[in-house]
Design a binder for this molecule. Sequence first.
Ligand SMILES: CC(C)(COP(=O)(O)OP(=O)(O)OC[C@H]1O[C@@H](n2cnc3c(N)ncnc32)[C@H](O)[C@@H]1OP(=O)(O)O)[C@@H](O)C(=O)NCCC(=O)NCCS
Length: 169
Amino acid sequence: MCIEHTPLIVTREGLPADFDRYFEEGFAALGQESRHMRFFTPVHDLPEPVLQRLRDIDGTINGAIIAFDAALRDDDTHPEGKPVGVARWMGSANGPPELSVTVIDEYQGRGVGSRMMDAMLVLGRKRGVRRMIADVLRENVPMRALINRYRAVVQPSGDPRIVRYRIDL
Ligand SMILES: CC(C)(COP(=O)(O)OP(=O)(O)OC[C@H]1O[C@@H](n2cnc3c(N)ncnc32)[C@H](O)[C@@H]1OP(=O)(O)O)[C@@H](O)C(=O)NCCC(=O)NCCS
């Protein structure tokens, strides 16, 4: 589906309340291909432990940036605009936090992912994060193009389907 207006993309730090408010809507706006790229399987519903992990946002161990299209504000459901993407870092017991970026299908390829990535790295650094990793499916050309802009270093992933990147903040 094409957007017929000029989007006005704004980003801010994401909070647990954003998950409650916007997750379902955002997930519904991801096609099979996007779900496959993000979750490594074209999931229909996410299992409860994954949902809990996604909701866990404390701004330090687990941080988030959310993007809205402020051109589509409405007072009832979208006071800041339509939610169009989220970038996350999620703490791991085994190493640096893992990052991910997700943009709803309609808004992909318009620079939203890059904007969120910039904002997330700035926020992460402010919160004391010095390194992040990203596991990306080998065929995920848009994400690999995005991450390559950040002087990411490829590391062994242990899985031939996955390219693991390390970014030093
Ligand atoms: C990957 C993703 C986050 C990128 O966000 P985006 O807003 O679409 O990307 P941007 O518009 O900021 O562009 C980022 C780069 O990808 C390239 N790109 C975007 N869409 C592309 C496409 N369909 N094919 C090839 N390259 C593409 C852009 O040209 C840009 O590269 P450049 O800097 O070399 O020009 C987004 O496409 C997405 O959410 N995909 C599904 C979920 C996913 O794969 N998440 C990553 C999991 S780790």
